[in-house]
Design a protein around this ligand. Structure first.
Ligand SMILES: Nc1ncnc2c1ncn2[C@@H]1O[C@H](COP(=O)(O)OP(=O)(O)OP(=O)(O)O)[C@@H](O)[C@H]1O
Length: 683
């Protein structure tokens, strides 16, 4: 048994009672330092019990209840009454980004002790220009790629659009200036990943782009490098100088990158600083959280050629006249499907409508690993008509570097199963555990610490400083377990995460793809274990398809669950997965045949014609997603091999597949749902 996760104050072996575990834990005496936290919770537990670290993780108002429950080993509220369960609240759709509506509009710190003290994020010493605040060491300190990096070459690539710029094979072919090229080298990137090979020349040619590639395959550099190159090469032409209005200075970034979460914004900002290191280019960041408001605004004063922001805070700053978007030549939506779903779409429209050059006068790029068809359709509003669509692998597929394990685990057995997983985990690995609710995250982290497993949590109810510190303590390995809500599902790149546990599965298979994508990044291998039970039947079929597609073993019970015919993962219906390609290809799957570039000898070339099977029966311009989608899926899925091509299984999928559309969308009756029905309802 590995014991490094365990920590105790007294050095004695302990045996847990009342939970059915009898493991003995060796002691590491590494109780977390209390001074990471800002106190105020001492009444909730005895400081001498060694768990003081837990208390600040409990949101105010819940501390006493949770502490009492934990201290007495009362089961968590999660397992108690329905009423209590409902008191917990999902992190899925809120608190990703504090915005004006949360009361932070005009917040100026008044003694919280956080701001103006130089604290500015876990890894960073500030948000200022790219050169000033970072050192070469903390920007370029790790080698990223794993043993499967070269296998990216074998992933088939679909590119569509008019006169698509030719892909590059090497970074040296991109025409980067010496400073950018040097930063590529400093980063240890010896060759571009497929998404970079195509996206970089496309954006360098100022073409709009919708770019879809698996998690961890290098999308960030794919948009940052060409933007930095453009701004550097364009010089003052590219930069609108600040203006004075009513005594206030307004700054005009040349490029805007929008991120759905604060931590992802921080990460992208650091990447931007990395690639613009030792240049005059200034990067800036704006994201929610009251403690960092003034600091962020102050740092804008040194200029902001590239601004990375979360939408709510950006709107707030725009409304105050501190930022103007009329100089913005580049707009990037990272995690674009999330940015355009119902939670963020109004904010994105507002931002784009606030003086930003029209789409014909800017370059717009969208990146994600998943891109449901309904969101692709929405995305059109922001893209020039002749945008380039790029898909590396099937859109929405999981990385084959991730070993996906599914366990049937009833609610009451989840903790025990998690303990078993953690006990068998290599102590040098980081483990990311996803739960559904903020309270669930608190409870589980608290529980694990009581079991002497060093854990921290991250969710939308923590103060921003706690979020960042907890994330950093996880990243550094000091606390090797992070219990997270969906706030950590997308984009985060933490090198040593070797295991993701879906303690609570999400209701949406795209969310699953992003969550497990926190491991198995950049050619490294990872494991994703998901606890499945009756509550998750809705996602069963989608999960089965993802696992089959990744050539992995499907448990017998999952075959059964999938066959039961409960369709669709919570939000958008299961069938959307099979429309996951460029929706503009609406005239029969056959058109796919000639449009894939095969980067490797082992890529399944023959598969790409698979859509032909559907060409006849689904053709027609008014059903834009249907045919291409099936074609792409059947071709890329190594296991389906024609199984979708009109045989019995296909028939099963087609009939009544789409709940929202009354079965019309993919159904054989040919009816077409109105576009506004494709808006995904929130789970
Ligand atoms: N060409 C390259 N060579 C080596 N490492 C690379 C290269 N490109 C990117 N990386 C590294 O790969 C890791 C994953 O990259 P990145 O975070 O951009 O992935 P992503 O595709 O945006 O993932 P996600 O979908 O989860 O957001 C990072 O650590 C990055 O530094």
């Amino acid at each position: 048994m590995n014991t490094q996760y365990y920590a105790s104050q007294n050095g004695q072996q302990q045996q847990q009672q009342g939970q059915g575990w009898s493991s003995s834990y060796s002691q590491q005496n590494s109780v977390p330092p209390n001074n990471f936290y800002n106190g105020g919770f001492a009444q909730n537990g005895s400081p001498s019990n060694g768990y003081a670290i837990q208390q600040p993780m409990v949101p105010s108002g819940m501390g006493q209840m949770v502490a009492a429950q934990q201290a007495g080993f009362i089961p968590s509220p999660f397992y108690q009454s329905q009423q209590q369960y409902q008191m917990s609240y999902s992190d899925s759709f809120e608190n990703f980004d504090d915005n004006g509506s949360n009361g932070y509009n005009n917040y100026v710190d008044s003694g919280s002790g956080y701001n103006n003290k130089g604290y500015s994020g876990s890894e960073m010493n500030g948000w200022g220009g790219s050169g000033g605040e970072y050192t070469e060491n903390n920007l370029f300190h790790r080698t990223n790629s794993g043993i499967n990096f070269d296998k990216y070459e074998n992933i088939p690539v679909e590119v569509s659009g008019d006169s698509v710029p030719a892909a590059i094979d090497n970074f040296t072919d991109a025409g980067f200036g010496p400073a950018v090229m040097e930063n590529v080298n400093r980063s240890g990137y010896s060759k571009p990943t497929p998404v970079q090979k195509h996206s970089i020349p496309t954006l360098l040619a100022n073409r709009d782009l919708m770019s879809c590639a698996q998690t961890g395959s290098g999308k960030t550099a794919a948009f940052l490098l060409p933007i930095i190159q453009h701004i550097m090469a364009g010089g003052s032409e590219m930069i609108k100088p600040p203006s004075f209005n009513n005594g206030r200075r307004t700054y005009y970034p040349s490029a805007l990158v929008l991120s759905p979460t604060r931590e992802l914004a921080i990460q992208i900002h650091k990447e931007a600083a990395k690639f613009s290191y030792k240049t005059n280019l200034q990067t800036a960041i704006l994201y929610g959280g009251r403690e960092n408001y003034r600091d962020q605004v102050n740092r804008l004063r040194s200029g902001a050629h590239i601004l990375i922001a979360t939408p709510g805070r950006l709107i707030d700053i725009i409304e105050q006249g501190i930022i103007g978007l009329s100089g913005c030549r580049y707009l990037v939506l990272d995690e674009a499907d999330r940015m355009l779903d119902m939670g963020f779409e109004p904010q994105i429209r507002k931002i784009v409508g606030q003086g930003m050059p029209p789409k014909t006068a800017r370059t717009t790029a969208m990146f994600s690993a998943t891109f449901p068809k309904e969101i692709q359709l929405l995305a059109k509003d922001f893209l020039k008509e002749n945008y380039v669509f790029l898909a590396v692998g099937r859109v929405g597929s999981t990385s084959e570097n991730i070993e996906q394990r599914l366990l049937w685990v009833n609610e009451m057995e989840k903790r025990q199963n998690l303990m078993e997983i953690l006990m068998n985990e290599d102590p040098n690995n980081l483990v990311l555990v996803f739960v559904e609710t903020k309270r669930g995250a608190n409870d589980l982290a608290y529980f694990l610490n009581r079991q002497h497993i060093r854990s921290v949590s991250i969710h939308g109810d923590l103060k921003q400083i706690e979020r960042e510190r907890n994330l950093e303590m996880f990243r550094s390995g000091q606390y090797p377990i992070l219990v997270a809500t969906a706030v950590a599902a997308r984009g985060l790149d933490i090198p040593n995460v070797r295991h993701v546990v879906n303690y609570d599965l999400p209701g949406d298979s795209d969310e699953y793809v992003h969550r497990i994508g926190r491991t198995g990044r950049c050619g490294n291998l990872g494991i994703a274990t998901s606890f499945f039970n009756d509550k998750n039947r809705g996602i069963g079929r989608d999960l089965k398809n993802l696992i089959v597609e990744a050539n992995q073993e499907v448990p017998d019970w999952l075959h059964q669950v999938a066959a039961e015919g409960r369709i669709g993962s919570g939000s958008r219906g299961g069938n959307r997965r099979f429309g996951a390609t460029d929706y503009r290809r609406g005239n029969g799957g056959g058109s796919f045949g000639g449009n894939f570039n095969n980067y490797g000898p082992s890529a399944p070339n023959s598969g790409f014609g698979g859509g032909n099977a559907f060409g006849g029966s689904f053709g027609g311009p008014r059903r834009p997603f249907t045919n291409g989608g099936f074609g792409a899926h059947s071709s890329l899925s190594s296991s389906s091999n024609g199984g979708f091509g009109g045989g019995q299984r296909r028939g099963g999928f087609n009939n009544g597949m789409n709940r929202q559309n009354g079965g019309g969308f993919f159904s054989n009756n040919g009816s077409q749902a109105p576009i506004d029905h494709w808006q995904a309802p929130r789970a």
